[in-house]
Design a protein around this ligand. Structure first.
Ligand SMILES: Cc1ncc(COP(=O)(O)O)c(C=O)c1O
Length: 392
């Protein structure tokens, strides 16, 4: 095999052949459709803030695309997760099962509810919560009392499980949902990164009692900032709408609120951006699959494992990732690529190593630690002009 620098250089050459010259960011948005028009429509109509037809239209588009019955727009994905957890029944001093290998928002939202994350290991192939590790944890610690499940070691109630579909690769969500059902633990899918990802024919976010999406500027489609709560349950969807819109009782002119609600509304302007982005989502997914296939080929040639869609799943390839041999090799790659003006980055620092979550319990996290030392992301945007010319 060629020396390491030559192998790194072949990856960077491939990045440049896809994304061009100059500085290459990890992920940037693409506005090649009706974005300007829809934004202008909002400004012309004066509906730029928290009321407007584009919000409902965007919610309907997401529901239709994902096949989940109800979609409630929010100001960002973190807010969506905060409310989804509340609706799943998470309350103060509970524990919520999740993965340490995730973005900080997953754990912040759990703490907003006053609950504590419990970190369970992930699978090396999906990068998502491992059903085997979950089974081991539940067998050892979970105890059902009067229809509720408790962690008999800590004494706290286990009120939800939040698996995350890392980089758009679906985790083994069917097994996780089945396992949680045995213990009557609601599943809230953190599908922030997984719009356009499927297990079988079913869209991610359609498996749990609730799920969330993010439309942050770095996501597969963006509203500038934005999020969505997904659920098949009409009552939960109504509650989600109520809580995220200041818990105001609908009335033509009176302002009466019946509980502590949140101003988590997605402005109409942002929703307008989302509507235009949704019109191009199928093409964006096709282009991203093409980019991922090129990366997979060069990684195979250069001898670096490339994270692929798990068997039976379709991934949106939001962020492409490869696996280096060791921490030293990872850091050498990060230095080399960033030094060449190609943005690459390590996977997140594991949550249990951050000060805020240091005292939370975990199961040893063998795979998470292994991945933390080795996984890097490489530029994954839809290339300029690709929607027109790079179509498969
Ligand atoms: C896994 C995960 N969860 C939650 C979020 C929160 O989304 P937002 O940034 O829209 O608040 C993000 C993305 O940013 C994410 O990647």
């Amino acid at each position: 095999m060629a020396d390491l620098t030559t192998r790194f250089a072949s990856i960077i050459e491939c990045v440049r052949s896809i994304h061009g010259f100059g500085y290459i960011p990890l992920h940037r948005p693409v506005f090649e459709g009706n974005e300007r028009q829809y934004l202008a429509d909002c400004i012309d109509s004066n509906f730029v803030s928290s009321v407007g037809a584009k919000v409902t239209e965007f919610e309907q588009q997401i529901a239709a695309f994902t096949g989940v019955k109800h979609a409630v727009a929010t100001v960002n994905g973190t807010a969506a997760l905060h409310i989804a957890l509340q609706l799943a029944g998470v309350s103060r001093d509970d524990e919520v099962i999740t993965q340490a290998l995730t973005f900080i928002a997953t754990c912040n939202a759990i703490r907003y509810c006053g609950a504590y994350p419990v970190f369970i290991d992930v699978d090396r192939d999906t990068l998502g919560l491992s059903p085997d590790a979950l089974r081991r944890f539940l067998d050892q610690h979970a105890e059902i009392r009067h229809g509720q499940v408790f962690n008999k070691t800590s004494g706290r109630r286990l009120s939800a499980c939040v698996p995350m579909h890392t980089f758009g690769h679906p985790c083994r969500i069917e097994e996780i949902v089945a396992l949680c059902a045995e213990y009557n633990i609601p599943v809230v899918e953190d599908a922030a990164e997984a719009l356009g990802s499927y297990v079988g024919m079913r869209h991610t976010g359609g498996f749990g009692r609730l799920a969330i999406l993010s439309f942050n500027g770095n996501k597969i489609i963006t509203t500038g900032g934005g999020g969505m709560i997904l659920t098949d349950d009409a009552k939960l969807a109504d509650r989600a709408k109520h809580l995220t819109t200041t818990a105001k009782i609908p009335h033509p002119y009176e302002f009466v609120h019946d509980e502590i609600g949140y101003n988590y509304r997605l402005p109409n302007l942002n929703a307008a951006l989302g509507c235009a982005q949704m019109e191009r989502l199928p093409e964006m997914l096709a282009v991203k699959a093409t980019v991922a296939a090129r990366y997979a080929a060069i990684c195979a040639e250069a001898g670096f494992p490339f994270i692929q869609a798990p068997l039976g799943a379709v991934s949106n390839y939001w962020l492409n990732a490869l696996v280096l041999e060791s921490l030293a090799e990872r850091d050498a790659f990060l230095d080399y690529s960033n030094g060449q003006g190609v943005m690459t980055r390590p996977i997140w620092r594991l949550m249990h190593r951050l000060d805020m979550f240091r005292d939370c319990s975990h199961d040893g996290l063998e795979n998470s630690l292994w991945l933390e030392e080795r996984v890097v992301n490489i530029p994954s945007s839809v290339p300029d002009g690709a929607l027109q010319s790079l179509m498969p």
